[in-house]
Design a protein around this ligand. Structure first.
Ligand code: SF4
Length: 315
């Protein structure tokens, strides 16, 4: 059988072996994110309807699952926003009734979580991975380019409602776009939103493949680590970086000797980037490169105090 709605199974960082289920037509979405790795949204809509009948999707699932394949998750995702399909709830209950051995995950952009009907439809899922990239309206417009009238506050309210009713795991994804949502003011707003939403974990992501807009760049690993430190401060909710880590430049022989000095300093006490630049008499950008090198090897970690972000040696 040729599948129109199933893809994979794919092996992903977050979900292990996951069978993808795409329940909406290509690029029907309520957002038009600058970083979208699929492409520009062609049908920007918030309208829930039966874009595909549940039976069309479950027929493919029956065919695929008949051999009882080993899967960590069956995941609703794809090239649009899955919650736009009003048949989603029927597909979810069908899978949970016929194939209770499989765990269900839903990847969503969070824009429809204010709808009580949707909240009850997605209850049987085991894991929901909603997105929240901005907490201010200005940044929300810049990064997510939403449907008219949709606001960041609507999304935050929807996520709070989800937490109040959903018993499974919620892993909140924040996609970091350098120059747009990586500045302190926005991160502080996101921190306060996360505290209200209370997800089970927060995951920081960044560009892996080319985005819709070619000016979107991957966030440097050091930036992600600094954001992680701010979000983690005084919070019990784990914050992790799920973005790829293979983007660093090589350390040259000259840099290696400075790196050795930097390591000695950090092993002795806490230093901010600016203090390290002063102590080592090098530019702060060069310090960033060396810190990134150490962070990616899990040698140091970022923390925050009254001085700002500082670095400590991991014993
Ligand atoms: S919500 Fe997802 S599918 Fe929609 S534009 Fe953003 S990244 Fe693409």
């Amino acid at each position: 059988m040729k599948y129109k709605h199933l893809f994979g199974p794919v092996v992903s960082r977050r979900l292990g072996i996951s069978l993808g289920v795409d329940v909406v037509p290509y690029k029907y979405c309520s957002l038009n994110c600058v970083y979208c790795e699929v492409s520009r949204t062609t049908h920007l809509t918030l309208k829930r309807k039966a874009y595909f009948e549940a039976t069309e999707i479950t027929a493919e699932l029956d065919d695929f699952l008949q051999i009882n394949p080993k899967l960590d998750y069956i995941t609703f995702s794809g090239a649009g926003e899955p919650t736009l399909n009003s048949e989603l709830g029927s597909v979810i209950s069908y899978i949970k009734t016929r194939y209770p051995q499989y765990k269900l995950a839903l990847i969503t952009n969070s824009t429809l979580l204010n709808e009580p009907e949707l909240l009850s439809e997605i209850q049987p899922c085991d894991l929901i991975l909603p997105s929240l990239d901005a907490a201010s309206e200005e940044v929300f417009e810049q990064i997510n380019r939403p449907c008219e009238k949709l606001t960041a506050q609507d999304i935050i309210r929807g996520l709070i409602s989800l937490r109040q009713v959903f018993r499974g795991q919620i892993w909140l994804e924040i996609f970091v776009v350098p120059g747009i949502n990586d500045h302190l003011e926005e991160i502080e707003l996101l921190r306060s939103a996360v505290a209200q939403i209370r997800p089970d974990r927060v995951q920081l992501n960044s560009l892996d493949r080319p985005g819709t807009e070619d000016w979107v760049e991957p966030a440097p690993y050091l930036t992600l680590e600094e954001i992680r430190a701010i979000l983690q401060e005084e919070s019990e909710i784990p914050v992790e970086i799920i973005a790829g880590t293979g983007r660093e430049g090589k350390i040259t022989v000259t840099e290696q000797s400075v790196l050795d000095e930097l390591i000695i300093l950090i092993k002795q006490e806490e230093y901010t980037k600016q203090e390290l630049a002063k102590a080592l008499k090098i530019h702060v950008n060069e310090v960033s490169k060396l810190l990134q090198h150490l962070i990616q090897r899990n040698k140091i970690a970022a923390r925050r105090n009254h001085k700002g972000i500082y670095y400590i040696w991991n014993d």
